[in-house]
Design a protein around this ligand. Sequence first.
Ligand SMILES: Nc1ncnc2c1ncn2[C@@H]1O[C@H](COP(=O)(O)OP(=O)(O)OP(=O)(O)O)[C@@H](O)[C@H]1O
Length: 270
Amino acid sequence: MAKGEPVIVVRGLANSFGEQFVHQDLDLEVRRGEILGVVGGSGTGKSVLMRSIIGLQQPVAGEIEVFGEAITSMTAKEALNARRRSGVLFQGGALFSTLTVAENVEVPLREFYGHLGEGLLDEIAAYKVAMTGLPPEAGPKYPSELSGGMRKRAGLARALALDPELLFLDEPTAGLDPIGAANFDGLIKSLKETLGLTVFLITHDLDTLYAICDRIAVLADKQVVAIGTIPELLALDHPWIQEYFNGPRGRVAADAADRNARAQVQDKAG
Ligand SMILES: Nc1ncnc2c1ncn2[C@@H]1O[C@H](COP(=O)(O)OP(=O)(O)OP(=O)(O)O)[C@@H](O)[C@H]1O
């Protein structure tokens, strides 16, 4: 698959819980090699959308293709293969509290590559831990012994365990201080570039959108009401989009992004 081709295609998706429809006739395409930011007010169905795409939520209507295969009609073998090609960082990290960081990273490794033997599994886990910027001492620690930012990195190490092509992140910077959040953004961007990842990133963090997202999908009224770059979204007169990007926080984030871009140009020139 070439860069820019769709890796995820969602058509006519509907999800409901009893009488309550969260999505209706929702369409979305995620292109290979992009970081797609997914935004929307609380309860607009961002996490449910992610869960549908990774096969944890059974839609009531619509089609979802991942890597060109319809997920609803996949054989068990195809579903396993698709799962191997995707990594997920759930809100809060969702680490197993009774396992160390290294053991958490080894959970998916054991499932798919259990035959590799203890020594090699430990080495791969240590490599994944290092990849996310954690010190080696973090490997034998339990999640409760880590800071919130370190737990996110540990969750990311587990999401990267199987060398995925597609990474799902649900509010990765929530609860981090601004410096920790900016560092995490930088980590995601550099991993995306080094590993050639496609990233589906749910966030409320405007700084993240400006700093690392190639395009942004906006969820409202049970659908993706707009998708595009920030300038493309700003040109639309959708009230939520205008309020979100042009409200006080949106403006602060835009100014900060502007200052960063100017500083980078000066750094390069100097
Ligand atoms: N398992 C479930 N059972 C019943 N309702 C659910 C379930 N999961 C989600 N919902 C409902 O679906 C809607 C969308 O939830 P979702 O978690 O996807 O929102 P979100 O956009 O990710 O919100 P937030 O930004 O607050 O995390 C909400 O009204 C929620 O209550």
